[in-house]
Structures are given as C-alpha cells and as structure tokens.
Ligand binder design. Structure first.
Ligand SMILES: [Zn+2]
Length: 262
C-alpha cells in the first residue's frame, strides 16, 4: 500500500498539510470551547512567505485576524505581561517563531498600524547567515535591531532549530547557552526567554529543561495549554488554514489540546 501511494506521488509529506487542514476544520466544528480565566499567547511564524508552508499566514489574513479579535473585545498585551500576571481572559499576545524576513516586511507594519505589542524568537545562527535558505529570507542582525528599536520583545529560538529530543546534552548546551552568547555578541544583550523549536511536548526533555535553566533562561514558551511540558508557557499556534471559522474557535480554546505534529 505504502509503495502504491508512493508511486502515485502521495507521500507522508504531501498528505500532511491536507490532514492538518481537515483536522483543524473538524476541531473547530466539533471541539469543545473552554472557559478562559487567563490571557492567551498566539504563535505565528511568517506573514506572506509561502515557502513556510502550513505556518505561513498571508498579510491580509493576519490583519483580519487581529482586527477580528479587537472587534470581539480582545485586548493585546505584551507576552511578558501574560507570563508575569497570567492576564485576563480577554488578553491576547502575539509572538513569532523562526525570525524570518516577513516579520519585518509584512507583520511589523500591520502591528504598528494597529498599535499592538508583539514578540519574536529568531534562530541565532540563521540570523548570523549560517543557513541554506534563499538570500534575504531570514532577519539579519540589522533587521532585528530595527524591530527592537520599534519596541518588539525578543527571545531565543535556539542556535540552529534542532529537535531537542534528538540531540545530546552537549549539543543542547550549544543550542541554549551558545545561542544566548551569540545574541549577546551581536545585539549587546542575552535573552532570558526561549521558544522551543517545533514546540511539541515531545521535543522538550527533562535534560533540556534543566540545561535551559542553567543557561540563564527564565521563561520557556511551548505549544498547547493542555499538553505543554512542565515549567513552560502555553501558546496557541495559528496556521495557514485558519480562516474566520477556525480562528474564532481557537480563541474559544478549542485547540488548547492540539499540537502541530510536523
Ligand atoms: Zn521554529
């Protein structure tokens, strides 16, 4: 069967986005809304870089989601405020993982226009030019400085974006402490917050948790509310498939036990 699917050009990689799309629609329709007592931190990736696949939202989709949330009475606050105080049930925060260019070119102008606070998590070696992506695909140090000067908060998303459950302790130290060091060298400060690459509960081990503390990280951002590892902060992922129907559902907590499984 596997071979037949392969011959027909149907591979796991090509099915995965279709499966995710179906899954999100089903959860939005049939999932259970949760009563909310604290704020919610949204996790975006790119805004108009379609190469990022399921994690890319278009600029118009992004603006529409923010305006929709504002119309529904949500209040945008810095992610650090939700971490510090828990926030209220109508508080939302915006974060971006991976540090790709469209955060500067497409997302930041929309956020400025709406006067909303936000946070981003670049991958330090990528921003230092060590990656295989096209030219001008990743935020440069200068880009990052521009965003910081405009008031964005920043944390680390590791040195090279590995799956922490697949690497040993010494590589974890390189990814955690090494990333802080490079940020400090290039930007003059070492971030104290960290977003787990891929962010799935299985990506974060007990070793990683301890080594992150040893490296000086005070806050670790993860994925879903109900599945996040110990001592991490939950975030709600927003995907390419999230039109009004799914976006409204995620604000109602229907995705609080959903993890992106790539
Ligand atoms: Zn990432």
């Amino acid at each position: 069967m596997k071979r037949a699917l392969k011959l027909a050009g149907i591979t796991r990689a090509s099915i995965a986005p279709v499966r995710m799309c179906c899954e999100r629609n089903v959860i939005a329709a049939l999932g259970q809304a949760r009563k909310r007592y604290i704020g919610r931190i949204l996790c975006y990736h790119t805004v108009g870089q379609s190469e990022w696949g399921v994690n890319d939202v278009t600029p118009s989709q992004f603006r529409r989601q923010l305006e929709r949330a504002l119309d529904a009475g949500f209040n945008f606050v810095p992610a650090s405020e939700i971490v510090r105080t828990g926030g209220g049930p109508k508080d939302l925060a915006i974060t971006f993982d991976d540090g790709l260019k469209s955060v500067l070119t497409n997302a930041a102008p929309i956020l400025k226009d709406l006067a909303l606070p936000w946070m981003f998590f670049p991958v330090s070696e990528w921003s230092d030019g060590r990656h295989t992506m096209p030219d001008d695909f990743v935020l440069s140090w200068r880009d990052i400085e521009t965003l910081l000067a405009a008031g964005a908060e920043m944390g680390s998303h590791s040195a090279t974006h590995p799956q922490f459950n697949c690497i040993g302790a010494s590589q974890m130290v390189d990814e955690l402490a090494g990333s802080r060091e490079l940020f400090a060298n290039r930007l003059g400060f070492a971030p104290e917050t960290f977003a787990i690459p891929f962010g799935q509960s299985g990506n974060w081990t007990e070793d990683a948790r301890k080594l992150a503390r040893d490296a000086g990280y005070l806050t670790i951002y993860a994925q879903a509310e109900e599945t996040r590892p110990t001592d991490t902060v939950a975030r709600t992922f927003v995907t390419k498939y999230d039109g009004d129907f799914i976006f409204d559902a995620l604000l109602k907590g229907k995705f609080d036990s959903w993890e992106e499984w790539f």
